[in-house]
Structure formats: structure tokens, C-alpha cells
Design a protein around this ligand. Structure first.
Ligand code: GRF
Length: 211
């Protein structure tokens, strides 16, 4: 039929990879449920940590969850191959890292080239790279006497925190801010920025390229 659009064909299946608390996952779930992220569905959540609260958040939202322990595999590549099989099982179009504390191997990167996004709690390229995660980032920002920090959504490539920047949001740093206070401020921004960036990515890049 002319002009007919099959919206279910446009719907992208998202897989979220987590290791921790899951507040960004929660923001993403809410954004899908309230229509801030359109044409998408969170199809599965995978954690490498059994105790990750993110798994509880996903279960409460009735999203299929998988805890996959690294020590069941002989290598990082074998681990990622197992993950890739799971992603294929759920017809995954887009992978979102949300506090996932593992490095993605080249085999995984190649399978989802330009379709893996991450959120990092600083204004990249500053305060990114190997070892820069969690409170270490915020402490380094404070040590540098910067007057602002923020968060960055970027494509994931072999260079840690070095992929193309899709979106950023900044926060001001007050003279007496502790690393914990700064982390909380940045996290609040992350919860707004990640859903926005994901929606933008799907609607402007994925749907236009028909990926
Ligand atoms: C966030 O600060 C994010 O930027 C970083 O890991 C943290 C995850 O927090 N990549 P949460 O698990 O989403 O609460």
C-alpha cells in the first residue's frame, strides 16, 4: 500500500550491558515506556556481575536478563562470542553499555560496528581512557581544579572512551564539591542525556541508514 509504514519493522531491539547499580538502565527503561525513546524496545539485559542491582531493575520491568560469568570461559573472545549469540537470539540492533565494566573485544566491536554506545561520566576527551571509571573520574576532575564536568555519550571503538562523541552535557563544579557530590550531579545529567542521545541516534542515524 502506498505510503504505508510498517512501524514494527522500524522498531529497534536494544540490548543493555551492565555491571552495577543500573540507574542509567532505569532511565532508559522509563524513556522507552514514556515515549521519550521511540521505535525501540529493550529486548534484553546482560550483566557480568551476579549481584548487579541493574538485574533487579530489568526483572522488575519484565525484561529478559542474563548473568554471564567470565570465569566460565577460557578467554575474553569466547565470552564475547557467547554474548554475541545471545544478542543475535534477540535480534539485537543496538547495544548500550550502561556501567558495563568490561572491555569489548574486537570480535564484538566488528559484529556491532557503529552500533555500540556508552555513557562516560566526564566531558570526553578529558578524563577518559583505561582505569578512568567510577569515583576515579570525579576525583581526577576535582584534582585538576576544573570548574565544570559532565557526561558524554559516544560510540564504542577499540580506543577506550575514544569513539565519536554523540552528545555531551555539563555541570558546574562548586568550590566545596566532593567527588561524591560531583558524581551525583553528573549522574542526574546522565539520566537525561543518555535517553536523548539514544533516541536521536535511532531516529537520525539508524532509521535513515535503514540499519
Ligand atoms: C555511570 O556513571 C556511567 O557514566 C558509567 O558507569 C556509571 C553507571 O551507573 N559508565 P549506573 O549503573 O547506571 O547507576
Amino acid at each position: 500500500m502506498d505510503g504505508f509504514k510498517n512501524t514494527s519493522a522500524l522498531r529497534k531491539n536494544i540490548a543493555v550491558l551492565v555491571s552495577g547499580n543500573g540507574s542509567n538502565l532505569n532511565a532508559l527503561i522509563n524513556a522507552v515506556n514514556t515515549g521519550k525513546i521511540v521505535n525501540a524496545n529493550i529486548a534484553l539485559v546482560i550483566s557480568n556481575k551476579k549481584s548487579a542491582n541493574a538485574l533487579n531493575i530489568a526483572r522488575d520491568a519484565k525484561i529478559p536478563t542474563f548473568y554471564v560469568a567470565r570465569d566460565l570461559f577460557n578467554s575474553d573472545e569466547e565470552y564475547d562470542l557467547f554474548l554475541l549469540n545471545k544478542l543475535n537470539e534477540y535480534s539485537t540492533d543496538l547495544v548500550l553499555l550502561a556501567g558495563y565494566l568490561r572491555i569489548i573485544t574486537p570480535i564484538f566491536l566488528k559484529a556491532f560496528e557503529n552500533r555500540i554506545l556508552n555513557i562516560h561520566p566526564s566531558l570526553l576527551p578529558d578524563f577518559g581512557g583505561k582505569g578512568m571509571y567510577g569515583m576515579k573520574v570525579h576525583q581526577a576532575v576535582l584534582n585538576s581544579k576544573s570548574v565544570k564536568s559532565g557526561c558524554t555519550v559516544h560510540l564504542v571503538t577499540e580506543k577506550i572512551d575514544g569513539g565519536h562523541i554523540l552528545a555531551q552535557s555539563s555541570v558546574s563544579i562548586m568550590p566545596d564539591d566532593s567527588a561524591e557530590i560531583l558524581a551525583a550531579k553528573v549522574l542526574e545529567e546522565e539520566h537525561k542525556l543518555y535517553p536523548l542521545a539514544v533516541n536521536n541516534f535511532i531516529s537520525t542515524i539508524m532509521l535513515n541508514n535503514n540499519r
